[in-house]
Design a protein around this ligand. Structure first.
Ligand code: ADP
Ligand code: UDP
Length: 236
């Protein structure tokens, strides 16, 4: 499978067309951004770690019946995926309070919820990804009621599968962001990536942060945190 033209360059990945109109190649970069794009930097080795980890997790999810865009890993940084029309919602699941949740509701980080929460943000950089509920998404024609129900149910299944998987590696899955897309035949599949860029991972014993928060918050040890997650997942 060969790349043809570049279709898109985002903050963390590039997307290329292929000879097959139903497939695209995503190429993961080491570039990192945070704080609504204000903070920019490089995390050496991130592209390969996120690519390989995301592909591995999507294959675990497929085995549990979650449809994903994953097709084939080409090399450390590049993967063939089903081309989808992205539903412009960032779907955020939380198991433990952190980040914008803690800030918005004036609570500390680390409160373990009895039940996971779900929220949507409208994926729109110009509007700074505003929080949106499912009625807003419906009103704006972003997705149908059935699609929203499917997305919610898939997102909670992803959470159950990944929470259990990561706790086995001594990692708490605090919260994460998912994106879903529609294939040519209208099927909703899990798309984009699942990685330390898009999840909060805390060491189960020490609560040490093993994710992009180290970059967002200038904590240092960013590369080591990504490498540690790679080590837990692949033993490398
Ligand atoms: P951003 O657009 O937020 O800067 P990235 O740098 O990760 O994000 O760019 C990747 C882009 O590709 C995102 O806009 C994402 O929604 C989109 N994307 C992810 N998976 C697919 C897919 N299977 N088909 C088409 N587009 C996808
Ligand atoms: N997240 C993401 N992309 C975004 C916003 C959030 O991947 O544009 C992830 C983030 O890594 C975290 C979860 O979604 O795992 C919840 O993020 P939060 O709303 O707390 O926002 P933040 O504190 O990152 O601004």
């Amino acid at each position: 499978m060969e790349k043809t033209v570049q279709l898109y360059e985002g903050k963390a990945k590039k997307v290329f067309a292929t000879e097959n109109p139903e497939l695209v190649i995503v190429s993961y970069k080491d570039d990192a951004t945070a704080l609504d794009g204000l903070k920019k930097g490089t995390i050496v080795g991130k592209g390969a770690i996120n690519n390989r980890m995301s592909n591995y997790l999507m294959q675990i999810l497929e085995k549990k019946g979650v449809k994903t865009h994953f097709v084939e890993e080409l090399n450390d940084n590049e993967t063939v995926v089903k081309k989808v029309s992205i539903v412009p919602l960032e779907v955020i699941i939380r198991n433990i309070s952190a980040g914008s949740f803690a800030k918005r509701f004036g609570v500390e980080e680390g409160i373990v919820f009895a039940e996971p929460t779900i929220e949507f943000s409208y994926k729109n950089d110009d509007l700074h990804d505003p929080l949106m509920n499912s009625y807003h998404a419906l009103a704006l024609g972003i997705a149908t009621k059935e699609e929203i129900d499917t997305i919610k149910s898939m997102a909670f299944t992803v959470n159950e599968v990944l929470k259990e998987y990561f706790i086995g590696l001594g990692v708490k899955l605090v919260d994460f962001k998912l994106e879903f897309g529609k294939t040519a035949d209208g099927t909703i599949v899990l798309a984009d990536e699942i990685s330390p860029d898009t999840c909060r991972f805390w060491d189960a014993e020490t609560n040490e942060k093993l994710d992009k928060d180290r970059f967002r918050r200038d904590m240092g040890g960013v590369e080591d945190a990504y490498k540690e997650m790679m080590h837990r997942v692949f033993g490398e």
